[in-house]
Design a protein around this ligand. Structure first.
Ligand code: UD1
Length: 453
């Protein structure tokens, strides 16, 4: 029989090392997750494809859905809150549905209808979410912070998400250690517990890089730790700010959101609030790249209008480099590349956040895009709309790369078929329907799974 190896995270070397410590037992009774996860064979997602006929002019208005990244972090944040959280504007996408499964696998009651989601955590009976679900979405791993803070322990599978490069979790682990957690890796799962056997303890931690997920996880953990926590060099993305607002509405005391330092006074208990998720800036920017203009924005609603004339027409021959907020968002990098292919001039797009986020280039080249890649830099020779791109069959291999293929397909002459649409559905609610309502010519092909005898 093969014995499982227990590894211990060494904060000095930043590596997991063998550990002879006796495995701890979760004090919260564990429920076997196979009882709680959706049956896997019956709910296989059908293999969708999109057929686009290029060249349509867009006009009209659409509403922007709630932010995916904000919703995922706040759904994790509901685990800090006793009683019921009422969330508005949660996008209906496969990533949020996966997050519901993660919460349900802990014993949380989730009711969702038309973007309104009620989360009741009083029935939590496990600190180990379904690992298959956690491996589906990066946001699933964020639950390690709230579980540890509220129950003193957590067992969470290593995270999944888009394949866009190495996505380590060293900052999460070192940050949790700074708050008094012991962290081990066992059988592909992170096992963490409060070293005093009860609660995390406030501390000071400097993030080497302003990681969005690590900032959010540590913010949730610190909200329920004993004493004051200072987190330096944190992420400043609007979604991080939205999570801080949610936590503060639950009774937490998070100060400095939107700056590079957070000061968090821990509270014994947080209570589920009513909260509205911000609109998705990446979806809004994607539609801007398709020639639409943002005409109305309030804290909670964002409307996009496609007007005659192309607002993106002046973007040509530019040098774009991605970086942490407020720099250019990495999640918009594939889409800006698709836009620049249709603009006269030479442009450069540099990716500095993830080390493998150029996978969409090969597919854009199939559509006629003149792009050369050298490491993490793409050199684009653009030609004006309609003259250079032609439809063919391409495949989405990740969420944002898939969105770029839709943009390029709409600009191409002829018919484009996009496979791998499940990647796009992870993060955009009804994107094809929204574009069709603006005049795009897009059809969805649904091939149902073949029945096995
Ligand atoms: C989040 C977003 C994702 C977005 C990204 C950057 C969610 C669910 N996803 O992902 O859409 O593209 O922010 O804006 O909110 N890193 C480390 N060690 C760590 C953690 C991260 O080195 O412990 C590095 C990563 O390898 C990467 C960089 O930090 O190079 C940025 O990653 P991070 O900000 O953590 O992205 P995510 O939170 O995974």
């Amino acid at each position: 029989m093969c014995e499982s190896m227990t590894l211990f995270f060494n904060a000095q070397s930043h590596h997991f090392e063998p550990n002879l410590r006796k495995p701890f037992l979760c004090s919260v009774k564990r429920t076997h997750f196979s009882q709680l996860c959706q049956p896997s064979t019956e709910n296989l997602p059908p293999d969708h494809g999109l057929i686009l006929v290029g060249g349509s002019k867009l006009s009209g208005h659409v509403n922007i859905s709630g932010s995916k990244n904000s919703a995922l972090a706040i759904l994790a944040g509901t685990l800090c809150c006793s009683k019921t959280s009422k969330l508005h504007n949660i996008p209906d996408i496969s990533d949020t549905r996966e997050m519901f499964s993660i919460l349900q696998s802990l014993g949380v009651r989730v009711e969702a209808s038309n973007g309104e989601v009620t989360v009741d955590t009083d029935g939590i009976r496990s600190v180990e979410p379904c690992p298959e679900s956690v491996r589906q979405t990066r946001g699933g791993f964020f639950v390690v912070g709230p579980l540890l803070a509220r129950f003193g322990e957590a067992v969470v599978a290593l995270p999944g998400g888009c394949d866009i490069g190495t996505r380590p979790i060293d900052l999460y682990i070192r940050g949790l250690q700074a708050l008094g957690a012991v962290v081990e890796l066992r059988d592909g799962k992170v096992c963490a517990f409060a070293v005093n056997g009860k609660r995390l303890v406030g501390g000071k931690f400097h993030l080497d890089y302003p990681s969005v997920g690590a900032t959010e996880t540590l913010m949730m953990a610190a909200s329920m730790a004993d004493g004051v926590t200072t987190l330096c060099n944190v992420a400043q993305e609007p979604e991080v700010v939205d999570l801080a607002w949610f936590l503060n509405k639950s009774g937490a005391c998070v100060e400095g959101e939107g700056s590079d330092t957070l000061v968090i006074k821990g509270r014994n208990q947080l209570h589920g609030p009513e909260f509205t998720i911000i609109p998705d800036r990446i979806e809004a920017d994607k539609l801007s790249a398709a020639g639409c203009k943002i005409i109305e924005t309030t804290q909670n609603t964002l409307e996009i209008s496609a007007l005659p004339g192309d607002i993106a027409r002046d973007i040509r021959g530019v040098h774009v480099k991605t970086g942490p907020f407020p720099q250019f968002p990495t999640d918009l990098q594939p889409q800006i590349m698709a836009l620049l292919m249709t603009r006269n001039g030479s442009s450069i797009v540099e990716e500095s956040v993830f080390d493998k986020r150029m996978g969409h280039v090969r597919e854009l080249q199939k559509l006629g895009g003149r792009i050369q890649v050298c490491g993490n830099t793409a050199f684009i020779k653009g030609q004006d709309h309609g003259s250079a791109l032609y439809g063919t069959t391409v495949c989405a291999t990740n969420l944002r790369g898939g969105a770029a293929l839709i943009l390029a397909g709409m600009a191409a002459e002829g018919i484009t078929k996009i496979d791998g649409v499940a990647h796009i559905d992870r993060g955009y609610q009804n994107l094809d329907m929204k574009l069709c309502s603006l005049g795009a010519n897009i059809r969805r092909l649904i091939s149902l799974p073949v029945c096995q005898a």
